[in-house]
Write a protein that binds this ligand. Structure first.
Ligand code: P1T
Length: 383
């Protein structure tokens, strides 16, 4: 057999082996907090489940393999994974982050880590010169989200990694919106890939979980130390559900992309729609980078109805029947959200609007239902 398997095989087999006890094909849910020892330290590699758990370990190996990385670490949520990355830093250090990013990441940066003496610069990364301009002697980390939540800006990971390497900075990429099916940031020179596996990786809206994937052994060791010392790990049941999700990631993503395309094109032609943000559209400002960096363009998009204000946008969302009004994204079912009052409400209005998150912006997570049914739902809701 070939050494290097292809992505559609890696999702199912990557890093996995049948359970040694009874040959179970799926890793069993090892619902245990601790493991018997014959003498202190006399154990089979597992001591205590905050440190290691066989189901979590199976997931971590799978996560590493789907990102083409060496080490995977799983956490209790995406934010817990981001929290672990920031704990690599010290008071006085500085971070350069995308200015359009998940509101919860912004809240963690500004409301928790700024209090511990870490400074954040939020810049538009479509122009990488903005990153270079913000670098100084205290800069330690570049935090990239691409595509961004919710404006769907695409950042050129390779170009940012050249800057990061030149200045000896860590580059972390939140790959939640793309999933490893669409892009593998380590291949473009990122040091850390982060996921809210709650989204496409889990894929069924039934689990909250976070992930980090790295290649460097020393960095992995520091992150494993933080994971164990801070303790924000995921449980065995959630690890199992996420592993099950990964096995169909490639198939789900294909359909998310197909449906994303037909809905983006439908909305883009609709006389009552002002603007559609989806990187697959030729007029998208980062379409050229998206085409080279991403395998396809995904199922996330945002749009602004013509002449709409806060109330008009909410009315459209409330009219939707197949799209469920809810936070989150990346599950098999379509969701609609209002970033200004939901996922991005923790960003001050002035800051939010600077990056385009206006009151009339609607965000869609396009699921894997029949695309025509989704279009008919949007048609009746827009009116
Ligand atoms: O929710 P959690 O698993 O902790 O992941 C946080 C997170 C991190 N990064 C990105 C890009 C995200 O979109 C999220 C979570 N986002 C939503 C809940 C949302 O509806 O946008």
């Amino acid at each position: 057999m070939k050494n290097k398997l292809r992505f559609n095989t890696i999702t199912i087999h990557g890093g996995q082996s049948h359970d040694p006890a009874y040959g179970a094909v799926m890793p069993p849910i090892y619902q245990t907090s601790t493991y018997a020892q014959t003498t202190p330290g006399g154990h089979k590699g597992f001591e205590y489940s905050r440190t290691h758990n066989p189901t979590r370990q199976a997931l971590e190996k799978s996560l590493a393999s789907i990102e083409n990385g060496k080490h995977g670490l799983a956490f209790g949520s995406g934010l817990a994974a981001i929290d672990a990355v920031l704990k690599l830093l010290e008071p006085g250090d500085e971070v350069i982050s995308t200015n359009d990013l998940y509101g919860g990441s912004y809240r963690l940066f500004t409301k928790i880590f700024e209090g511990f003496g870490i400074k954040f610069h939020f810049v538009g990364m479509s122009d990488v010169n903005e990153i270079t301009n913000a670098i100084n002697k205290k800069t330690k980390l570049i935090w990239v989200e691409t595509p961004t939540n919710p404006m769907m800006n695409v950042v050129d990971i390779k170009a940012v990694s050249v800057i990061a390497k030149k200045h000896q900075l860590l580059l972390a990429v939140d790959n939640t919106f793309a999933s490893p099916h669409l892009q593998q940031p380590l291949n473009f020179g990122a040091d850390i890939v982060m996921h809210s596996a709650t989204k496409y990786i889990g894929g069924h809206s039934d689990v909250v979980l976070g992930a980090l994937i790295v290649n460097d052994d020393n960095l992995a060791e520091r992150l494993f130390f933080i994971q164990n010392a801070s303790g924000a790990v995921c449980g065995p049941m959630d690890s199992f559900l996420t592993l099950r999700g990964i096995k169909t990631l490639h198939v789900r993503m294909q359909r998310h992309c197909e449906n994303g395309k037909i809905i983006a094109e439908y909305l883009n032609k609709h006389p009552k729609i002002e603007k559609v943000y989806w990187p697959g559209l030729e007029e998208h400002p980062n379409h050229a980078i998206a085409k080279t960096q991403m395998r396809d363009f995904g199922g996330m998009l945002s749009f602004i109805p013509k002449g709409a204000d806060f109330d008009a946008a909410i009315k459209i969302i409330e009219n939707l029947k197949l799209f469920t009004l809810a936070e989150s994204l990346g599950g098999v079912e379509s969701l609609a959200g209002h970033p200004a009052s939901m996922t991005h409400a923790s960003i001050p209005k002035k800051e939010r609007e600077k990056s385009g998150v206006v009151d009339s912006l609607i965000r869609l997570s396009v699921g894997i239902e029949d695309g025509q049914d989704l279009i008919e739902d949007l048609e009746q809701a827009i009116g």
